[in-house]
Design a protein around this ligand. Sequence first.
Ligand code: ATP
Ligand code: MG
Length: 445
Amino acid sequence: MKPTVLVIDDDESLLTTYKSILKPDFEPLLLRDSSGLAAALAGQPVDLVLLDLMMPGRDGLALLPEIKAFDRQLPVIMVTALHDIKLAVKAIKLGADDYLTKPFEAEALLTTLDQVLQRRLLVRENIYLKQVLAEKGYQWDLIGRSAPALKVFALIEKAARVPSTVLITGESGTGKELVAHAIHKSSPRADKPFVVVNCAALPESLIEAELFGHEKGAFTGALERREGKFELADGGTLFLDEIGCLPLNLQTRLLRVLQDSSIERIGSRQPVRVDVRVIAATNLPLEAAARRGEFREDLFYRLNVVRFELAPLRERQADIPLYAEYFINKYAREFNKKLKGLTPEALALLTGYAWPGNVRELQNLMERIVVLTDQQEYVQAEDIPLEAASRNLVQEGLKEALVDFERRYIKNALAAAGGNQTRAAELLNIHRTTLVSKMEQLGLK
Ligand SMILES: Nc1ncnc2c1ncn2[C@@H]1O[C@H](COP(=O)(O)OP(=O)(O)OP(=O)(O)O)[C@@H](O)[C@H]1O
Ligand SMILES: [Mg+2]
């Protein structure tokens, strides 16, 4: 079945163009003005609306809320003339899903339609996935639906089946510890201890005792014999967090332990056999540190047998709505609030943010929102306190969008002028030297 696309445009000839472009893949439904809108929406299921911004009488901005009131999930693409960029931005803020500038090529129209419908599908899938996960219980508390996240899940299953050392890298808050725990929990060692040592949290003198333990009287203050974390983790998994902060002399000792599978407590010459699977994590670029001689290269290779590189959240935007909804629901349950989710505008705001603190930042923000919200079922965009940071990002986003737009615009002019720069400059109504310098700036040379 072809998706039905409702087109509202006052330009008769453009409606004909729409019809011929859409016909092969879509069921076009054409309206010249707003009068038939209610009937059209009620008449048959519409999958997407293409809405002209400038129309006599009730224009696109007036109709948009009406359409969204009819069905909040129905995607709307605004169609605008070039000089309406500001209006288009306003329309997006009002809930439009995307916009297209006139004149457009058939290709651009079809691509935009595809993208918007794809996104809609993803939202539906997320809802579905959430139900499935809720029924199964979250597997290892790790969630995600983006391609990078699914790759991580698959690798966890593989890593769990072998005893090799694992190195997990990724920015702060990307889930390194969760992944380590998931590997342990899926491995045959699951019912043995999962022991965590944070190499950055302790001074050098203490890490050694922490890792390997000590005999009574081994140093001042060693009042009795103590087992180190390696011994405590025997049979299980030792998670060495922030491995990049391990001092060089301890790196040497660690390497020896990994090779011999035995440790010596401080103050003892007696090796103790340990059966420990080591998983290390760091948010430092370890390869570079190794090249600079700050991290032992041989230890790096010894750890880097199975490698997880966790992508920052901004590089897997598909996960953002999933996490947002998941954490909202989790905290709503915990704090006994009515919140059920987020509005599409609120989700769009989250998806456009760069999340320097990754999943942890998103999680903390959702907790804060749930705590602060009362009497409401859906989180609105204005409930989201993404202050200075997000404002910068929105500006940045608009700047990029404009550069991108300019690039396409100039490319089109050049194509129309058959590559002749003088002619293209005339079409664009700018000086030829301006065009040339613009082309340099935009990498169009
Ligand atoms: N895929 C995920 N699914 C659910 N929650 C996640 C996921 N990834 C991270 N989180 C949550 O984000 C927070 C940070 O995760 P974690 O502590 O594992 O990150 P990290 O990479 O070890 O960070 P750091 O480098 O700062 O130690 C945790 O509260 C965790 O529950
Ligand atoms: Mg961590």
